[in-house]
Design a protein around this ligand. Sequence first.
Ligand SMILES: C[S@@+](CC[C@H](N)C(=O)[O-])C[C@H]1O[C@@H](n2cnc3c(N)ncnc32)[C@H](O)[C@@H]1O
Length: 236
Amino acid sequence: MVKGAASPQRDVVSFVRRSARMNPSQQRAWRDHRMPYLLDIPRGPMSTSVAPQEPLDWPEVFGRTAPLIVEIGAGNGDSLVATAEAHPDTDIIGFEVFEPSIASTLGKLAAQRLTNARIVLADGVQGLRWLVRPDSLDAVHAFFPDPWHKSRHHKRRLISPEVCALFADRLRPGGLLRVATDWEDYALAMREVLDASPLTNEFSRWAPRFEERPMTKYEVRGIAAGRTVYDLCYRR
Ligand SMILES: C[S@@+](CC[C@H](N)C(=O)[O-])C[C@H]1O[C@@H](n2cnc3c(N)ncnc32)[C@H](O)[C@@H]1O
């Protein structure tokens, strides 16, 4: 049996599939830079799902063996690109489901001629489950995941006990999970879930702001609205 096949499939996803027109520069990036950055993977029944399969051979994808970081919900790629630039000796895999955002990321990666990052158009939870080996990641990043405010939508929040167990399984011993949000109730809920997970808080409560994380529009918007930004950092 393919490893992971016995793990429960999560039918509630942390995103809504939206379609939107790409602007001209996104269209150009989509046309010109999907190769080599956007990985084609076997799909499940939905356009964002990942077919049960053996994990990808990431050293083969990147052409080298290097530490690996996964970012879930990479948005326009600002953090992904900054991490790839700051750590040329590390390889970064970004999962995102919104095509115009992926196109923006492709444009930034190509502009910097980065060779150590790839994007997968897929649910990052399924991506972790099916494409990434246990004990293999140096870090998992999830910055400003959708807050899903209404109580009836809390089940859609990315940071859930099931997904944190998956993070713990895919991180190598000593690997780090970094998350950030500008929504206090979600931050508190994340901390509760993470404190009950197999991961250990690196700081007693909140982590200092992760300096490598560039300010994205979500952080700027949260601060402009008077909200506090909460970082959390947990170690396997
Ligand atoms: C609020 S935005 C934050 C984007 C980015 N991290 C930033 O800080 O600018 C959340 C992003 O996560 C993506 N997303 C949500 N759930 C996801 C999942 N399970 N897999 C991949 N992308 C996801 C959404 O499409 C959206 O682009």
